[in-house]
Every structure is written in C-alpha cells, then in structure tokens.
Ligand binder design. Structure first.
Ligand code: PMT
Length: 399
C-alpha cells in the first residue's frame, strides 16, 4: 500500500499513547508520505518535539507563536494536508473539536482544514464508555470524520478494556485504504449490480431460496461508489443495508422481480455485475393458502426462471458485462462455458470446494476469466475481493 505523494498532518494530544506516534510517523514515511506533526501543549509531557521532528523531518509546533516571535500559521499547515489524523485523540481534544473550542494551535489548524479528518481515540475505559465521549464521537462522524475505534487491552491505569489507541499499522493502513478507495477512478460510470438470493414463493409462508447473504454484492456496490461510480444495486432479500449517497438500492424478492428491475436500468449502465444467486427455477403455481401436510409426499412443479444475465448478454450494446459462477465441480470448464453462453466480458469464479469461499462468509476465494486471460487470487476478505474485481474491470475497460 502506498501513500506516495500524500501530505499527512498528525495532531498529537496529551495521552500516554503518544509514544506510539514515532512508529506511526515511520510507517507513513515508509509508505512514501510527507509528514508534519502538531501537538497540544499537554502532549509535550509525553513526547518531545525533537524526536517527532527528527522522524518527520519537519519542525513540530504546539503554540501559536515560536520563541523567536514568528507566527506558526495554522492555515498554511491545514491547507498543506491531504489528510489530518488525531492520534492519540483524548476526550478533551475530541470535545474541543466537536464544539469548536479553539484554544490551541492544534484545534485552530483543525478548524482551518478542508481535508478528510481521522480520529484515533485513546483514553481510559470508563472515559471511552462515557455518554459524552460517545456523543462527541457520533458528532465527529456526523461531521464526516472517520473514527478509528480504540482497541481492547491493558490500559495505562491498569484496567483492562476498550480504550487503547489503534496500533500505528492499523491507522496507517486505514488511511492508505482511504486513498485507494477514494481515487474516483470510476467517476462518471453507471454501474448496475445484482446481489443476494431470490426467494420463489411456494405458498404464503414458504419459498425456495439459497444461502446468499448479499455481502459480495454489497461490498462491490460500496467499493464502486467510493471510486465515484453511480451505483444501482438490485438486491434480493438480505439483512444488509447501505447509506452511501452514490448507491441507489432497490430491494426485490423473486427472480422475475429482479429481472424487471434490472432492465429498468440496464440500457443506461456502463458496467453490469451479476453477483446475485438467482433461483434457476420457481414453483409453477403459488398456492393461495398455506399448503397443509396431508400427504406423505408433496410434489411441486417448477418452471425455469428467466436468466437475467443471459438476457443482459443478448441485449448488450456498450455495457461491460461481468458474471459470477458459483460451482461445486468442473469449476473452470463451467465458468468458461458461462462466459461464452452468456456473452460476458469477464466471469468471477468461486467454488464451494474452496475453504472460505462462497455464501455468507466474510471471505472469498476467486479466479477471474476473460476471453484471453485468467487471474488467480488468494483467499481474501470480500471487501478486498470487491477491490480486486473492480481493479480488473478498470484495467480491461482502459485497455
Ligand atoms: O451473497 P454472499 O453470501 O456474499 O455470497 C456470494 C455469492 C456466492 C452468492 C457470489 O459470490 C456468487 O457466486 N454469485 C453467483 C451465484 C450464482 O447464482 O451463480 P450461477 O453460476 O448459478 O450463475 C451464473 C451467473 O448467472 C451469475 O452471475 C448469476 O447472477 C446469473 N444468473 C443465474 C441465473 C439466473 N436465472 N439469472 C442470472 O442472472
């Protein structure tokens, strides 16, 4: 992960976790970032300006004025930063931030900053649990700041619980991820994504369904939206939700409903990704009343559902079309057959024979096939898999 060319402003407040900032600076510098540090006056009890400026290769300020009578411009530092991170952020500094109590250089700089702000709180466990801290963190999130939650463990007081500042590596990875996610590489693209299962009604209380949770599709939608795409997400029944302003979520139940919704948006889409586990068959008749268990056996006649992806392939004009293949045997052969039969540009294969892949889990193990290429990936979180898929689409679109 690279932070090359990024300007990172670290705001250090007075807490014991300030000692970890040396490691954080080193990590940022290793990733290629330029770093400046500002401190609250109290932070100087915990770390020295000398050590922080040596590592960051920049002067470190805590006061509005330097000893030689010059003004330390909070505005200049604020505008220099591509991102500002409060680490550690004490309850006092947090309260000042969200209520605009601008009584030190660090808060004045914060209030002049236009860049994204991250907060890594660190405090004793009762302070962390206090309603005022919770409220202030919520306010900070309402401002659009990103809170990197405190971790569990032994605290300086000797108590054990949540309150330890996140590890420097976690903080620097979160910020590196943020820049990757926000590269806006899909700005101006309209992406249609199907997700989740479909439920095919048997009677008013029963249905035929499958184990899809929607996670894979929702992560694809979130990641595409973060890259600036305008996303239409059509999901079968799923407990998941999304608040991203670039995602228009439509909930459907059956394959037929998904089909109708998809073709309201397909024509205008630039990219379509079918990650839904659509039922291939549905009961021919839906009983109007609950079916009684009168007989030893029950036969339900099923009829084929429309193949949404295949129809998308047939109607394809300019769209880049991506399908999934969920297989249990002859994986590669079946995936390639679907690539051709459904007129796809790319297919993502996941096999239920692979540990950690497929339904419901937070991980997936995928292979990607196009007409001429194949790409192998390790087992990863579905969030990372979504990035891999989008990276691959971007590479192919830009070819
Ligand atoms: O939701 P999760 O719990 O995170 O699980 C993710 C997933 C396993 C559901 C996902 O990664 C996945 O593999 N989705 C596709 C599942 C599937 O139905 O595969 P398939 O091989 O049966 O279908 C091939 C393709 O045709 C798929 O893109 C499917 O969306 C599409 N299809 C299938 C049938 C149909 N009637 N209409 C379709 O559009």
């Amino acid at each position: 992960m690279s932070l090359s060319g990024k300007n990172i402003l670290i705001a250090v407040s007075g807490g014991i976790a300030a000692y970890k900032i040396h490691f954080l600076i080193r990590d940022f510098v290793k990733k290629g970032a330029s770093v400046q540090v500002i401190m609250s006056p109290d932070a100087e009890h915990f770390v020295t300006k000398l050590s922080l400026s040596t590592l960051s290769k920049n002067p470190v300020y805590s006061e509005f004025y330097s000893d030689n009578g010059t003004w330390n411009s909070h505005v200049e530092m604020a505008l220099w930063a591509d991102v500002m991170i409060f680490a550690p952020c004490t309850s006092n500094t947090l309260a000042k931030m969200v209520h605009g109590i601008c009584d030190n250089l660090m808060i004045a700089t914060y209030m002049s900053a236009k860049c994204p702000v991250f907060i890594a709180p660190a405090m004793d466990l009762d302070m962390y649990q206090h309603p005022s801290t919770k409220l202030n963190l919520e306010l900070a999130e309402d401002f659009g700041h990103i809170v990197i939650p405190a971790e569990n463990g032994e605290l300086a007081s000797g108590l054990v619980g949540q309150g330890r500042m996140a590890e420097p590596e976690t903080i620097s990875n979160t910020i590196a991820d943020f820049f990757t996610d926000n590269k806006k590489s899909l700005h101006g693209k309209k992406i249609l994504i199907t997700a989740g299962p479909t439920y095919e009604a048997i009677d008013p209380v029963r249905f035929i369904g499958n184990h899809s949770s929607g996670k894979m599709g929702f992560y694809l939608a979130e990641k595409a939206a973060k890259r600036g795409a305008e996303v239409t997400l059509i999901s079968g029944p799923s407990s998941l939700n999304t608040k991203h302003e670039n995602i228009q979520l439509h909930r459907v139940t059956s394959a037929k409903e998904m089909y109708s919704k998809v073709f309201e948006f397909y024509e205008n889409a630039d990219i379509a990704i079918a990650s839904a586990a659509v039922a291939d068959y549905a009961p021919k008749e839906i009983a109007s009343e609950k079916i009684k268990k009168n007989d030893e056996t029950l036969t339900i006649e099923l009829i084929k559902n429309p193949d949404i992806l295949k129809t998308m392939g047939e109607k394809k004009t300019h769209q880049f079309l991506v399908g999934f293949a969920l297989e249990t045997q002859n994986e590669e052969e079946n995936a390639l057959a679907k690539l051709h039969k459904k007129n796809l540009d790319m297919i993502v294969l996941n096999s239920l024979r692979d540990e950690g892949a497929g339904f419901q889990k937070d991980t997936n193990h995928i292979r990607i096939f196009t007409e001429n290429d194949r790409f192998e990936f390790d087992l990863k979180s579905k969030e990372e898999v979504a990035d891999d898929i989008l990276n691959q689409i971007e590479t192919l679109i830009l070819k």
